[in-house]
Design a protein around this ligand. Structure first.
Ligand code: PMP
Ligand code: GLN
Length: 400
């Protein structure tokens, strides 16, 4: 391949834009969904639901298009959505925000993350502390910003970090601590001790906390705790979320950033040159969603919890070791007991052997640390129960 300067060079350094071992230019999600499509396997790889979200939200988008909400939205977002995000933060977390200055609508959490990191990072002297494994976009965005990724390992089977390792990773070079809770790919929800250490380290080293809370309403048996609600955190925290998971509209790409006005303005400065604005008719529809009654939000957590348990039972019955998730779409399983020696190879063969697609955890890990997660596979539970039951039946065939 031609040596393309810039992004590809950073790819090699940061492992950020690498799809999976050796493949450049395609994310692991696209690769595995492609494999599911060509083999007809059940796709428990890329995390997207196979059922539509609430009618009230879908109808509101249709109405908005019919009513002519089809041109550029205001730069920060449609005012009704800015207000709905602020109301949501107060209703669920008792966080008060000025919708005009402390909320910014983005093209999904992905753009929010990219714009935030590009806004806050200034080259190779700036470090970003992330927990590893991490959502693939993190290393990519840090690489695009030309900054350095510093990883803190999460440990099988509960995927909590060691608080001393966390404390040691954060230094005066740390510009950002990037925290995804509930966590993709592991399904972990961080303990209170870990949350407190993150904030303590950020204050001690004057770092900014950036949170990715896209699974905030998919926490199974406890309340979600945003880091911005911890003492001393709000003034140094940018909180990111999005509508995709909560309302089963991953294709709409409506996300948001909230936090101190000066930090939100810095993100806006970059964001306006990435997409400028997006999703005008979807924005009022998400405002409708964010104002749905509590029963809706309780219902989606309970439904996904039940599905995750069903998937976990199927994986255990098939012989996998299972890390029970506390939230998110995902369940991590150890495929060593069913004969795997290398997760990426196992996942490439799984469609032919069992008619199921999963994602090797090594895809979310920098190359030097892949051995730690060598036989672990991420499976998505956000599918119809009949699909999960059929996947379990197929996985059981692996033992024969
Ligand atoms: N962060 C995490 C942890 C995710 O799992 C995802 C994927 N949905 C995103 C960010 C991206 O969200 P969006 O689709 O809103 O860009
Ligand atoms: N967030 C989804 C996942 O982790 C996929 C998003 C994507 O395809 N980039 O599976």
């Amino acid at each position: 391949m031609r040596d393309i300067p810039g992004a590809w060079r950073r790819t090699a350094e940061g492992a950020g834009l690498l799809a999976s071992d050796g493949a450049v230019g395609t994310t692991i999600f696209a690769e595995m969904s492609g494999l599911a499509a060509t083999t007809g396997a059940i796709n428990l790889g890329q995390g997207f639901p196979d059922e539509d979200g609430p009618d009230a939200v879908l109808d509101a988008a249709r109405r908005a298009i019919a009513d002519g909400a089809n041109q550029y939205a205001p730069g920060r977002g449609v005012p009704d959505l800015l207000a709905a995000v602020a109301e949501h933060q107060e209703r669920f977390y008792d966080v008060r925000l000025d919708p005009a200055t402390q909320v910014l609508v983005t093209a999904g959490a992905t753009e929010a993350l990219a714009a935030t990191l590009l806004a806050l990072l200034d080259g190779p002297d700036d470090e970003v502390v992330v927990f590893e494994p991490f959502y693939d976009a993190y290393a990519a965005a840090v690489a695009l910003a030309g900054a350095r990724l510093v990883t803190v390992p999460l440990h099988w089977p509960d995927f909590q970090p060691d608080v001393d390792e966390l404390a040691n990773a954060v230094t005066d070079r740390t510009r950002v601590i990037l925290v995804n809770d509930p966590h993709n790919p592991t399904g972990a929800v961080f303990t209170a001790e870990v949350r407190e250490q993150i904030v303590r380290s950020a204050i001690e080293h004057d770092a900014i906390i950036v949170t990715d809370e896209v699974y905030e309403h998919l926490v199974f048996a406890e309340a979600h705790v945003p880091l911005a609600t911890l003492p001393g955190a709000a003034e140094r925290t940018l909180s990111i979320s999005s509508a995709g998971k909560t309302f089963s509209v991953t294709g709409w790409k409506i996300g948001w950033v909230t936090g101190p006005a000066d930090l939100v303005s810095a993100v806006l400065t970059v964001k306006q040159f990435l997409t400028y604005v997006n999703g005008t008719p979807f924005q009022p529809a998400i405002a409708v969603g964010l104002r749905l009654p509590d029963a809706f939000f309780r219902g989606i957590a309970a439904t996904l919890h039940a599905k995750s348990e069903l998937l976990g039972e199927g994986l255990r019955a098939a012989g996998f070791g299972v890390s029970p998730p506390r939230g998110s779409y995902f369940t991590v399983a150890d495929a060593a007991p069913v004969g795997a020696t290398e997760a990426a190879q196992f996942c490439r063969e799984l469609p032919a052997r069992a008619g199921v697609v999963g994602i090797p955890l090594t895809a979310f890990v920098t190359p030097p640390h892949r051995h730690r997660y060598g036989t672990l596979v991420r499976f998505a539970a956000c599918k119809r129960t009949d699909v999960l039951a059929e996947a379990s039946r197929r996985l059981a065939l692996l033992q024969r």
